[in-house]
Design a protein around this ligand. Structure first.
Ligand code: LMR
Length: 392
Protein backbone atom coordinates (compact mmCIF):
# COMPACT_ATOMS: atom_id res chain seq x y z
CA UNK A 1 0.00 0.00 0.00
CA UNK A 2 2.63 2.52 0.97
CA UNK A 3 4.09 2.62 -2.53
CA UNK A 4 0.98 4.55 -3.50
CA UNK A 5 2.35 7.54 -1.64
CA UNK A 6 4.28 9.78 -3.97
CA UNK A 7 7.23 11.92 -2.96
CA UNK A 8 5.99 15.33 -1.75
CA UNK A 9 8.02 18.53 -1.99
CA UNK A 10 9.17 19.96 1.36
CA UNK A 11 7.18 22.92 2.69
CA UNK A 12 8.55 25.77 0.58
CA UNK A 13 8.85 28.25 3.46
CA UNK A 14 10.52 25.83 5.87
CA UNK A 15 12.86 24.57 3.11
CA UNK A 16 14.32 28.10 2.94
CA UNK A 17 15.81 27.66 6.43
CA UNK A 18 18.03 24.84 5.18
CA UNK A 19 18.91 26.56 1.90
CA UNK A 20 19.98 29.68 3.77
CA UNK A 21 22.03 27.71 6.33
CA UNK A 22 23.87 25.91 3.53
CA UNK A 23 24.87 29.18 1.79
CA UNK A 24 28.52 30.00 2.70
CA UNK A 25 28.35 33.69 1.74
CA UNK A 26 29.03 35.76 4.88
CA UNK A 27 26.84 38.68 3.75
CA UNK A 28 23.77 36.56 2.93
CA UNK A 29 20.44 37.96 4.13
CA UNK A 30 17.62 35.79 5.52
CA UNK A 31 14.19 37.32 4.86
CA UNK A 32 12.46 33.93 4.73
CA UNK A 33 10.67 32.25 7.60
CA UNK A 34 8.95 34.54 10.10
CA UNK A 35 11.25 34.74 13.09
CA UNK A 36 12.18 38.01 14.75
CA UNK A 37 15.84 39.02 14.54
CA UNK A 38 17.79 41.59 16.53
CA UNK A 39 19.98 44.22 14.90
CA UNK A 40 22.76 41.61 15.16
CA UNK A 41 20.63 39.11 13.24
CA UNK A 42 20.06 36.87 16.30
CA UNK A 43 16.83 35.30 17.58
CA UNK A 44 17.57 35.14 21.31
CA UNK A 45 15.45 33.58 24.03
CA UNK A 46 13.46 36.38 25.73
CA UNK A 47 14.87 37.53 29.09
CA UNK A 48 11.43 37.03 30.69
CA UNK A 49 11.40 33.43 29.41
CA UNK A 50 14.93 32.74 30.68
CA UNK A 51 13.80 34.00 34.11
CA UNK A 52 10.61 31.94 33.97
CA UNK A 53 12.50 28.83 32.88
CA UNK A 54 14.78 29.20 35.91
CA UNK A 55 11.66 29.40 38.12
CA UNK A 56 10.24 26.36 36.33
CA UNK A 57 13.32 24.24 36.94
CA UNK A 58 13.28 25.27 40.60
CA UNK A 59 9.62 24.61 41.27
CA UNK A 60 8.36 21.92 38.87
CA UNK A 61 7.98 18.72 40.85
CA UNK A 62 6.27 16.49 38.30
CA UNK A 63 5.94 15.95 34.59
CA UNK A 64 2.86 13.75 34.89
CA UNK A 65 0.12 14.25 32.27
CA UNK A 66 -2.06 17.36 32.42
CA UNK A 67 -4.77 16.42 29.92
CA UNK A 68 -5.77 17.44 26.39
CA UNK A 69 -6.49 21.01 27.51
CA UNK A 70 -2.84 21.49 28.53
CA UNK A 71 -1.84 24.02 31.17
CA UNK A 72 -4.99 25.95 32.05
CA UNK A 73 -2.98 28.32 34.24
CA UNK A 74 -1.21 29.37 31.03
CA UNK A 75 -4.49 29.63 29.09
CA UNK A 76 -6.03 31.87 31.77
CA UNK A 77 -2.89 33.96 32.42
CA UNK A 78 -2.91 35.07 28.77
CA UNK A 79 -6.56 36.10 28.75
CA UNK A 80 -6.24 39.61 30.27
CA UNK A 81 -3.59 40.43 27.66
CA UNK A 82 -5.65 39.05 24.79
CA UNK A 83 -9.19 40.02 25.70
CA UNK A 84 -8.62 42.94 28.12
CA UNK A 85 -11.40 44.44 30.22
CA UNK A 86 -12.52 43.85 33.80
CA UNK A 87 -13.54 40.26 33.18
CA UNK A 88 -11.58 38.78 30.25
CA UNK A 89 -13.68 35.60 30.31
CA UNK A 90 -16.95 37.59 30.18
CA UNK A 91 -18.53 35.48 32.90
CA UNK A 92 -17.24 32.25 31.40
CA UNK A 93 -18.48 33.03 27.88
CA UNK A 94 -14.85 32.84 26.74
CA UNK A 95 -12.75 29.78 27.52
CA UNK A 96 -9.70 28.25 25.94
CA UNK A 97 -7.26 25.39 25.82
CA UNK A 98 -3.57 25.06 25.07
CA UNK A 99 -2.47 23.97 21.59
CA UNK A 100 0.82 23.04 19.93
CA UNK A 101 1.71 26.50 18.60
CA UNK A 102 -0.44 28.82 16.54
CA UNK A 103 -0.75 26.15 13.85
CA UNK A 104 -2.38 23.78 16.37
CA UNK A 105 -4.70 26.61 17.39
CA UNK A 106 -5.79 27.35 13.80
CA UNK A 107 -6.18 23.64 13.10
CA UNK A 108 -8.37 23.17 16.16
CA UNK A 109 -10.42 26.31 15.53
CA UNK A 110 -11.21 25.24 11.97
CA UNK A 111 -11.91 21.65 13.07
CA UNK A 112 -14.30 22.94 15.76
CA UNK A 113 -16.10 25.08 13.19
CA UNK A 114 -16.32 22.06 10.90
CA UNK A 115 -17.66 19.89 13.72
CA UNK A 116 -20.31 22.54 14.32
CA UNK A 117 -21.42 22.20 10.68
CA UNK A 118 -19.40 24.91 8.94
CA UNK A 119 -18.72 23.76 5.38
CA UNK A 120 -16.99 26.77 3.93
CA UNK A 121 -14.36 29.23 5.19
CA UNK A 122 -13.86 32.61 3.54
CA UNK A 123 -10.35 33.98 3.60
CA UNK A 124 -8.55 36.98 2.12
CA UNK A 125 -5.73 35.96 -0.19
CA UNK A 126 -2.82 35.88 -0.23
CA UNK A 127 -2.63 34.41 3.25
CA UNK A 128 -0.18 32.33 5.27
CA UNK A 129 0.20 29.27 3.00
CA UNK A 130 -0.46 26.87 5.88
CA UNK A 131 -4.01 28.20 6.26
CA UNK A 132 -5.01 26.69 2.91
CA UNK A 133 -3.09 23.50 3.73
CA UNK A 134 -5.06 23.12 6.96
CA UNK A 135 -8.36 23.65 5.13
CA UNK A 136 -7.33 21.11 2.49
CA UNK A 137 -6.30 18.54 5.07
CA UNK A 138 -9.59 18.94 6.93
CA UNK A 139 -11.55 18.80 3.67
CA UNK A 140 -13.28 22.12 4.30
CA UNK A 141 -14.00 24.36 1.33
CA UNK A 142 -12.12 27.64 1.13
CA UNK A 143 -13.54 30.66 -0.66
CA UNK A 144 -10.85 33.24 -1.33
CA UNK A 145 -11.27 36.96 -1.83
CA UNK A 146 -8.59 39.54 -2.58
CA UNK A 147 -7.14 40.96 0.64
CA UNK A 148 -5.12 43.84 -0.77
CA UNK A 149 -6.35 46.68 -2.97
CA UNK A 150 -4.15 48.19 -5.69
CA UNK A 151 -3.30 51.17 -3.45
CA UNK A 152 -1.79 48.88 -0.79
CA UNK A 153 -4.69 49.15 1.68
CA UNK A 154 -7.12 46.37 2.64
CA UNK A 155 -9.69 45.67 -0.06
CA UNK A 156 -12.94 46.29 1.80
CA UNK A 157 -15.07 45.93 -1.34
CA UNK A 158 -13.91 42.32 -1.76
CA UNK A 159 -14.48 41.54 1.90
CA UNK A 160 -17.96 43.10 1.88
CA UNK A 161 -18.86 41.12 -1.22
CA UNK A 162 -17.52 37.84 0.20
CA UNK A 163 -19.37 38.26 3.50
CA UNK A 164 -22.64 39.32 1.85
CA UNK A 165 -22.47 36.26 -0.42
CA UNK A 166 -22.15 34.06 2.66
CA UNK A 167 -24.20 33.58 5.81
CA UNK A 168 -24.95 31.40 8.80
CA UNK A 169 -23.14 28.11 8.39
CA UNK A 170 -20.08 29.79 6.86
CA UNK A 171 -16.97 31.07 8.61
CA UNK A 172 -14.39 33.72 7.79
CA UNK A 173 -10.74 33.54 8.81
CA UNK A 174 -9.36 36.99 9.66
CA UNK A 175 -5.83 37.94 10.67
CA UNK A 176 -6.11 39.85 13.95
CA UNK A 177 -3.01 41.96 13.25
CA UNK A 178 0.27 41.98 11.32
CA UNK A 179 -1.25 40.36 8.24
CA UNK A 180 0.88 37.48 6.98
CA UNK A 181 2.12 37.88 4.23
CA UNK A 182 1.11 41.43 3.20
CA UNK A 183 1.52 43.48 6.41
CA UNK A 184 -1.73 45.21 5.39
CA UNK A 185 -4.03 45.35 8.42
CA UNK A 186 -7.57 46.66 8.71
CA UNK A 187 -7.86 50.12 10.26
CA UNK A 188 -9.97 50.49 13.41
CA UNK A 189 -12.77 52.00 11.31
CA UNK A 190 -12.62 49.01 8.95
CA UNK A 191 -12.78 46.61 11.92
CA UNK A 192 -15.87 48.49 13.14
CA UNK A 193 -17.49 47.87 9.77
CA UNK A 194 -16.35 44.22 9.73
CA UNK A 195 -17.94 43.67 13.13
CA UNK A 196 -21.24 45.12 11.81
CA UNK A 197 -21.01 42.95 8.67
CA UNK A 198 -20.47 39.82 10.77
CA UNK A 199 -23.55 40.67 12.83
CA UNK A 200 -25.57 41.35 9.65
CA UNK A 201 -24.50 38.16 7.83
CA UNK A 202 -24.17 35.66 10.70
CA UNK A 203 -20.80 34.44 9.35
CA UNK A 204 -18.72 32.86 12.14
CA UNK A 205 -15.43 34.72 12.74
CA UNK A 206 -12.24 32.73 13.25
CA UNK A 207 -9.54 35.21 14.21
CA UNK A 208 -5.89 34.22 13.91
CA UNK A 209 -3.87 36.38 16.31
CA UNK A 210 -0.27 35.29 15.94
CA UNK A 211 1.68 38.54 16.30
CA UNK A 212 0.06 40.51 19.13
CA UNK A 213 2.46 43.24 20.26
CA UNK A 214 4.56 43.23 17.11
CA UNK A 215 2.40 45.64 15.10
CA UNK A 216 1.35 48.84 16.87
CA UNK A 217 1.19 47.63 20.50
CA UNK A 218 -0.47 44.97 22.67
CA UNK A 219 -3.74 46.90 23.02
CA UNK A 220 -3.73 48.35 19.50
CA UNK A 221 -3.13 44.94 17.91
CA UNK A 222 -6.09 43.46 19.78
CA UNK A 223 -8.54 46.19 18.73
CA UNK A 224 -10.14 44.34 15.82
CA UNK A 225 -10.49 41.01 17.60
CA UNK A 226 -11.95 42.67 20.69
CA UNK A 227 -14.35 44.75 18.59
CA UNK A 228 -15.59 41.64 16.77
CA UNK A 229 -16.02 39.73 20.03
CA UNK A 230 -17.94 42.63 21.55
CA UNK A 231 -20.34 42.61 18.59
CA UNK A 232 -21.05 39.01 17.59
CA UNK A 233 -22.57 36.21 19.68
CA UNK A 234 -19.89 33.64 18.96
CA UNK A 235 -16.33 33.46 17.68
CA UNK A 236 -13.14 31.42 17.71
CA UNK A 237 -9.69 32.88 18.34
CA UNK A 238 -6.44 31.09 17.47
CA UNK A 239 -3.53 32.54 19.46
CA UNK A 240 0.20 32.04 19.08
CA UNK A 241 2.96 32.74 21.61
CA UNK A 242 5.58 31.56 19.14
CA UNK A 243 6.51 35.10 18.08
CA UNK A 244 5.53 37.39 20.95
CA UNK A 245 7.32 35.18 23.48
CA UNK A 246 9.96 33.96 21.00
CA UNK A 247 9.05 30.34 21.72
CA UNK A 248 8.94 29.13 18.12
CA UNK A 249 10.26 25.58 18.52
CA UNK A 250 8.57 25.05 21.87
CA UNK A 251 5.17 25.28 20.09
CA UNK A 252 3.04 27.43 22.38
CA UNK A 253 -0.47 28.47 21.43
CA UNK A 254 -4.07 28.47 22.56
CA UNK A 255 -7.52 28.36 21.03
CA UNK A 256 -10.39 30.27 22.61
CA UNK A 257 -14.12 30.01 21.96
CA UNK A 258 -16.78 32.60 22.79
CA UNK A 259 -20.47 31.67 22.80
CA UNK A 260 -23.58 33.35 24.26
CA UNK A 261 -23.32 31.47 27.56
CA UNK A 262 -20.78 29.72 29.74
CA UNK A 263 -22.41 26.27 29.53
CA UNK A 264 -22.29 26.36 25.73
CA UNK A 265 -18.65 27.45 25.79
CA UNK A 266 -17.87 24.51 28.09
CA UNK A 267 -19.53 22.18 25.58
CA UNK A 268 -17.51 23.68 22.71
CA UNK A 269 -14.28 23.20 24.62
CA UNK A 270 -15.16 19.57 25.39
CA UNK A 271 -15.20 19.07 21.62
CA UNK A 272 -11.80 20.74 21.47
CA UNK A 273 -10.50 18.30 24.07
CA UNK A 274 -11.82 15.33 22.08
CA UNK A 275 -10.25 16.62 18.85
CA UNK A 276 -6.93 17.25 20.60
CA UNK A 277 -6.95 13.78 22.12
CA UNK A 278 -7.35 12.19 18.70
CA UNK A 279 -4.71 14.43 17.10
CA UNK A 280 -1.86 15.02 19.56
CA UNK A 281 -3.40 13.88 22.84
CA UNK A 282 -1.81 16.71 24.83
CA UNK A 283 0.23 19.77 23.92
CA UNK A 284 3.93 20.03 24.88
CA UNK A 285 4.20 21.54 28.34
CA UNK A 286 7.48 23.37 28.73
CA UNK A 287 6.94 26.61 26.79
CA UNK A 288 3.40 27.16 28.07
CA UNK A 289 4.52 26.57 31.66
CA UNK A 290 7.27 29.15 31.14
CA UNK A 291 4.73 31.68 29.79
CA UNK A 292 2.45 31.00 32.77
CA UNK A 293 5.30 31.71 35.18
CA UNK A 294 6.45 34.78 33.23
CA UNK A 295 2.91 36.16 33.45
CA UNK A 296 2.60 35.36 37.18
CA UNK A 297 5.12 37.95 38.27
CA UNK A 298 4.86 41.74 37.76
CA UNK A 299 8.59 42.06 37.13
CA UNK A 300 8.66 39.46 34.33
CA UNK A 301 5.44 40.84 32.82
CA UNK A 302 7.11 44.25 32.62
CA UNK A 303 10.25 42.66 31.20
CA UNK A 304 8.13 40.90 28.54
CA UNK A 305 6.29 44.07 27.54
CA UNK A 306 9.59 46.00 27.40
CA UNK A 307 11.11 43.30 25.21
CA UNK A 308 8.11 43.48 22.88
CA UNK A 309 8.38 47.29 22.78
CA UNK A 310 11.98 47.14 21.63
CA UNK A 311 11.23 44.48 19.00
CA UNK A 312 8.38 46.56 17.66
CA UNK A 313 10.54 49.69 17.63
CA UNK A 314 13.20 47.87 15.63
CA UNK A 315 10.67 46.56 13.11
CA UNK A 316 9.27 50.09 12.70
CA UNK A 317 12.78 51.52 12.27
CA UNK A 318 13.52 49.02 9.47
CA UNK A 319 10.16 49.76 7.86
CA UNK A 320 10.81 53.50 7.99
CA UNK A 321 14.25 53.13 6.44
CA UNK A 322 12.87 50.90 3.68
CA UNK A 323 10.01 53.32 3.02
CA UNK A 324 12.48 56.21 2.85
CA UNK A 325 14.35 54.38 0.07
CA UNK A 326 11.16 54.82 -1.93
CA UNK A 327 11.93 53.15 -5.23
CA UNK A 328 14.34 50.25 -5.54
CA UNK A 329 14.43 49.63 -9.29
CA UNK A 330 10.86 48.71 -10.18
CA UNK A 331 9.74 48.17 -6.57
CA UNK A 332 8.05 50.94 -4.61
CA UNK A 333 8.99 50.49 -0.96
CA UNK A 334 7.06 53.53 0.31
CA UNK A 335 3.93 51.52 1.39
CA UNK A 336 6.06 49.45 3.81
CA UNK A 337 6.08 52.46 6.15
CA UNK A 338 2.29 52.20 6.56
CA UNK A 339 2.13 48.44 7.11
CA UNK A 340 2.36 46.41 10.31
CA UNK A 341 4.40 43.55 11.67
CA UNK A 342 7.18 41.45 10.27
CA UNK A 343 5.97 40.88 6.72
CA UNK A 344 5.57 42.68 3.42
CA UNK A 345 4.95 41.47 -0.13
CA UNK A 346 7.13 42.73 -2.92
CA UNK A 347 5.87 42.55 -6.50
CA UNK A 348 8.70 40.36 -7.83
CA UNK A 349 8.64 37.59 -10.41
CA UNK A 350 9.86 34.07 -9.65
CA UNK A 351 12.94 34.81 -11.76
CA UNK A 352 13.72 37.99 -9.82
CA UNK A 353 13.35 36.15 -6.49
CA UNK A 354 15.69 33.41 -7.73
CA UNK A 355 18.20 36.00 -8.95
CA UNK A 356 18.16 37.73 -5.57
CA UNK A 357 19.05 34.38 -4.01
CA UNK A 358 21.63 33.25 -6.57
CA UNK A 359 23.39 36.54 -7.28
CA UNK A 360 22.97 38.44 -4.01
CA UNK A 361 22.40 35.85 -1.23
CA UNK A 362 19.00 37.37 -0.40
CA UNK A 363 16.51 34.69 0.68
CA UNK A 364 12.75 35.37 0.64
CA UNK A 365 9.60 33.32 0.19
CA UNK A 366 8.69 32.37 -3.38
CA UNK A 367 5.59 34.55 -3.08
CA UNK A 368 7.73 37.70 -2.76
CA UNK A 369 7.13 37.94 0.99
CA UNK A 370 9.96 39.38 3.03
CA UNK A 371 10.46 39.20 6.78
CA UNK A 372 11.50 42.80 7.44
CA UNK A 373 12.94 41.73 10.82
CA UNK A 374 15.68 39.97 8.84
CA UNK A 375 17.03 43.38 7.83
CA UNK A 376 19.36 45.52 9.93
CA UNK A 377 20.66 49.07 9.57
CA UNK A 378 23.84 47.43 8.23
CA UNK A 379 22.33 45.32 5.45
CA UNK A 380 19.35 47.40 4.27
CA UNK A 381 21.45 49.27 1.72
CA UNK A 382 22.78 46.02 0.29
CA UNK A 383 19.21 44.66 0.12
CA UNK A 384 17.82 47.78 -1.59
CA UNK A 385 20.73 47.69 -4.03
CA UNK A 386 20.10 44.03 -4.83
CA UNK A 387 16.41 44.74 -5.32
CA UNK A 388 17.23 47.57 -7.72
CA UNK A 389 19.68 45.34 -9.60
CA UNK A 390 17.12 42.58 -10.26
CA UNK A 391 14.05 44.77 -10.83
CA UNK A 392 15.47 47.92 -12.42
C1 LMR B 1 5.91 32.22 8.82
O1 LMR B 1 4.89 32.52 8.18
O2 LMR B 1 7.04 32.38 8.37
C2 LMR B 1 5.76 31.68 10.20
O3 LMR B 1 4.44 31.73 10.59
C3 LMR B 1 6.39 30.36 10.37
C4 LMR B 1 5.58 29.25 9.82
O4 LMR B 1 5.26 28.33 10.58
O5 LMR B 1 5.24 29.27 8.63
Amino acid sequence: MLDRLEQQPPDALLALIKLYDADPRPDKIDLGVGVYRTSEGATPVFGCIKAAEAMLVAEQDSKAYLGPEGDMGFVHALMPHIFGGEDPSQGGRIEGMQTPGGTGAVRLAVALAQRAGVGKVLMGTPSWPNHAQIFGDLGIEMVGFGHAAADGTANMDELRKALRNAGTGDAVLLHGCCHNPTGIDYTNEQWDEIADLLVETGVLPIIDLAYQGLGRGMEEDAYGMRKVLASVPEALVAYSCDKNFGLYRDRVGAVYAMTPDAAQTTAVMSNGHALARANWSMPPDHGAAAVRLALSDDATVKQWLDELDSMRARILQVREKLAASSNAGGVNLAPLGEQNGMFAMLPLSKEQIQKLRDDHGVYMAGSGRINVAGLTMDNIDKFVGALAAVSG
